[in-house]
Design a protein around this ligand. Structure first.
Ligand code: FES
Ligand code: FES
Length: 161
């Protein structure tokens, strides 16, 4: 519903919690997550849909949250990096990033992890080419990508033990 300020109320779930936010229709999902819901895991890299640092799941699909107007979120299910681990254990991808040194400055890491988690959900046995393709929308300025790639391979291995 639109108020006199021009803001609208949006209802959705975020990491399985029902949420209601008031925002201008064209406010970016990334900003609402970070500023209203204090979920600062998703990062702003480029702000133009190029780097993947702001990746979240919307209804199970990986999306660049810097490109999504909040008005499109009504009724949607959002998952952020804060909702990837279980309460007592990191996700296998998160643990592999730690074990393999897949994170340096950390700006790209939440988006990389979200992309890798999504890849493994869709394809539990990815080839090396599948992993490269699955991470192709995510840029990293620090690692040269090899340790990130190794992290995802390790996560695959660990999830099939
Ligand atoms: S900040 Fe969204 S894709 Fe770069
Ligand atoms: S770890 Fe710094 S951008 Fe990837």
């Amino acid at each position: 519903m639109e108020s006199t300020s021009g803001k609208i109320e949006i209802r959705c779930t975020v990491n399985d919690e029902p949420q209601s936010v008031n925002a201008y229709p064209l406010e970016r999902l990334l900003d609402v997550l970070r500023e209203q819901l204090h979920l600062t895991g998703a990062k702003e890299g480029c702000g133009e849909g190029e780097c993947g640092a702001c990746s979240v799941f919307i209804n199970g699909e990986v999306v660049n949250s810097c490109l999504v107007p909040i008005a499109q979120i009504e009724g949607a299910s959002i998952r952020t990096i804060e909702g990837i681990a279980s309460p007592d254990q990191l996700h296998a991808v998160q643990q592999a990033f730690i074990d393999c040194g897949g994170a340096q400055c950390g700006i790209c890491t939440p988006g990389m992890v979200m992309a890798a988690v999504n890849l493994l959900q869709r394809n539990p046995h990815p080839s090396e080419a599948d992993i490269r393709t699955g991470l192709a929308g995510n840029l990293c300025r620090c690692t040269g990508y090899m340790k990130i790639f190794e992290s995802v391979v390790r996560a695959c291995q660990n999830s099939h033990k």
